[in-house]
Design a protein around this ligand. Structure first.
Ligand code: ADP
Length: 631
């Protein structure tokens, strides 16, 4: 090339100044921003993907725009030795004017908003960058000088844009055979860590795995490229959903079910929600983790995005991808974002609708699901006030009505006798433990259905539901149960005289002292001699046990002892009391009855006296028994 020609070429190079705020921004990026620098790649890929999308969209009405370059893709070339990098797409490209408008001014969305809020104080501004991201300019975090070659799909001319990210940039015409954009640079010295194939590949996988166009790194395809959620439901095979579930849940299991949503209003988003086959045990105890990932326009934004779904639905796994969010949305912004709130509400509504459907049309499936995941719903009843009513309708538990089957509150109420005013429940370790409880005797005898709760959380839930269809929910171990049917009991058995009743109950009280709140005659016991119940307005036994577990110092409220005055043992004790008021057997038996009842309900703290006393009572009994045999 002669000197003359060089001059001519140079004369075609035009120099432009960045807008003042832009220079300020670029200065911040190049000199102060060092965290998460790998996002430069996410931003470049996102821009390429946008450019490809725009071209694809245009091609729908005008196939000619594709020309002989119809395979839309992103090519990344990395030279690990030279530390150079380029990213190329065959998307819409840019004209000279577009170069100036898009890469020289602050017209672009994310960057524009950011600059408007810039304060001039570099610390505050750095925080802001974290929130908005800076799009294309992020590349200046890792490069000293950047070259952009581009040819618009609507033009024959190509242009080269070069900038050092300081005050100015240049634009010159260059010959480009094909449309599209190529951005190239050499990594600056302190960013050479990014010049590794593994590093680039893992960054692509992290942020851009589902970009809908292939991303080739040194000619090898690195991304999955199919965003299943962006496809129409009819185009996705069952197998594909299952594979995708395995991928996002990092497991080999299949999902129990899924929902594929394409929503236009009130916000535009696509989502696939998976219900796992089994709950993750860790998630039960850890209420922090969600398993929904946030994408914006197919670009990965955030793992485990809490704002997308209420905490109690944290077992749901999947993705949400919205067109209505900014790519640079940050954690701070997601928290107060209206779009996020709308998505959240929509997802809950859909999921609750789905569960309701199962509960009505696929009862067995719902029962199994409830046994596995009921815990989360109970948490929801406690925390999600907006959806409480719907959740209460889904609530299931076992009951005395039918062994091993679950019932809803609605079904229970339907079976209730006309004169039954309350819904009864009892907590116990399992069905057998509950059915052996003396407190259940009255209900068995009178054929009143009782809900059986095996889950400790149920004992919190029932008082929190409080009433259902105007019927109060009442634990059967409460002292103030409105029990009827006294008469029948009266007639059946030989009764103690009123004075003897008082005497024996008074004796129980003397012996037990302040270990009990009171000793009263029982109306609920049929066979057993005695039981412990909670005084009105107090915690139930299960709740107290839990409080004790959490707080060693916690002293539970005292219990009321109910004594069955029709029980033969109690009647014998009364007879002994009348004839030999000071006999030590009375004390032993009362102690034994109290400790036995405490043991049954799980509140006996120290069994060290119970065992020797039992042995001593048995010794006496065996002696008498032997005598009776010999007589
Ligand atoms: P944003 O993507 O938020 O609009 P950027 O700063 O990343 O902001 O990009 C500014 C603009 O430059 C884009 O809106 C687009 O018009 C243009 N641009 C960037 N990269 C490309 C590309 N690969 N192909 C075509 N145009 C591009």
């Amino acid at each position: 090339m002669t000197e003359e020609q060089t001059k001519q070429e140079e004369s075609k190079i035009e120099e432009f100044q960045f807008q003042a705020e832009m220079s300020q921004l670029l200065d911040l990026i190049t000199h102060s921003l060092y965290t998460h620098r790998e996002i430069f790649l996410r931003e470049l890929i996102s821009n390429s993907s946008d450019a490809l999308n725009k071209l694809h969209f245009t091609s729908l009405t005008n196939a000619d725009v594709l020309g002989d370059d119809a395979e839309l893709k992103i090519e990344i070339d990395l030279n690990e030795e030279e530390k150079t990098f380029s990213i190329h797409d065959n998307g819409v490209g840019m004209t000279r004017d577009e170069f100036i408008a898009n890469l020289g001014t602050i017209a672009s969305s994310g960057t524009g908003k950011f600059i408007k809020q810039m304060t001039g104080d570099s610390k505050t501004d750095l925080d802001l960058i974290g929130q908005f991201g800076v799009g294309f300019y992020a590349v200046f975090m890792v490069a000293d000088e950047v070259t952009v070659d581009s040819r618009s799909y609507e033009s024959e001319e190509g242009f080269r844009w070069i900038s050092k990210g300081t005050g100015s940039y240049t634009i010159e015409p260059i010959e480009l055979k094909k449309r599209g954009t190529k951005i190239s640079f050499k990594f600056k010295e302190d960013a050479e860590e990014f010049a590794g194939k593994w590093r680039i590949e893992s960054t692509i996988k992290k942020y851009s795995d589902f970009v809908s166009f292939p991303i080739n790194l040194n000619s090898e395809k690195t991304n999955q490229s199919t965003a299943l959620w962006a496809k129409s439901k009819d185009d996705v095979k069952e197998e594909e959903y299952k594979e995708f579930y395995k991928y996002i849940s990092n497991s080999t299991n299949e999902p129990l079910s899924w929902l594929h949503l394409s929503v236009e209003a009130p916000v535009q988003f696509n989502s696939i929600l998976f219900i796992p086959e089994e709950p993750d045990k860790f998630q039960m105890t850890n209420d922090l983790d969600t398993r929904l990932h946030l994408y914006v326009k197919r670009i990965f934004i955030q793992n485990d995005c809490k704002e997308l779904i209420p905490q109690w639905l944290r077992f749901v796994k999947g993705v949400v991808d919205s067109e209505d969010l900014n790519l640079n949305i940050s954690r701070e912004v997601t928290q107060k974002n209206v779009v996020m709130e709308k998505i959240n509400k929509y997802l809950v509504r859909k999921l609750l609708g789905e569960f309701k459907d199962w509960s009505e049309k696929e009862k067995e499936r719902f029962e199994k699901f409830w046994r596995d995941f009921g815990y989360f719903f109970k948490e929801g009843i406690h925390t999600d006030f907006a959806n409480r009513e719907k959740l209460i309708e889904l609530y299931r538990c076992e009951s005395s009505f039918e062994a091993d089957k679950l019932t809803s509150l609605a079904d229970y109420v339907q079976r209730m006798g006309t004169d039954q005013e309350e819904i009864y429940y009892v907590y116990g370790k399992n069905r057998t433990a509950i059915e052996n409880s003396p407190n259940l005797e009255y209900f068995k005898k009178n054929k009143i259905e009782v809900l059986y709760l095996f889950d400790e959380i149920d004992d919190f839930i029932m008082p929190s539901i409080a009433t259902y269809k105007e019927k109060p929910l009442v634990g059967i171990d409460k002292a103030d149960l409105k029990l009827k049917d006294e008469k029948e009991a009266d007639e059946k058995q030989e009764q103690l005289k009123d004075t003897d009743k008082k005497k024996i109950l008074g004796y129980f009280k003397d012996i037990l002292g302040d270990r009990v709140e009171d000793v009263i005659e029982s109306k609920r016991l049929v066979d057993s001699a005695c039981t412990l119940v909670s005084p009105k307005d107090s915690m139930n036994a299960n709740m107290e046990r839990m409080m004790k577990m959490m707080d060693q110092e916690f002293k539970g409220g005292k219990r009321v002892m109910e004594v069955n005055l029709n029980n033969p043992l109690v009647q014998h004790l009364s007879a002994i009391q009348q004839k030999f008021p000071q006999d030590p057997l009375l004390k032993d038996c009362i102690e034994q009855l109290f400790e036995g009842a405490s043991l049954l309900e799980g509140t006996l703290e120290d069994p060290s006296e119970l065992v020797p006393r039992t042995t001593s009572l048995m010794e006496k009994a065996a002696g008498l028994y032997l005598k009776s045999l010999e007589d």
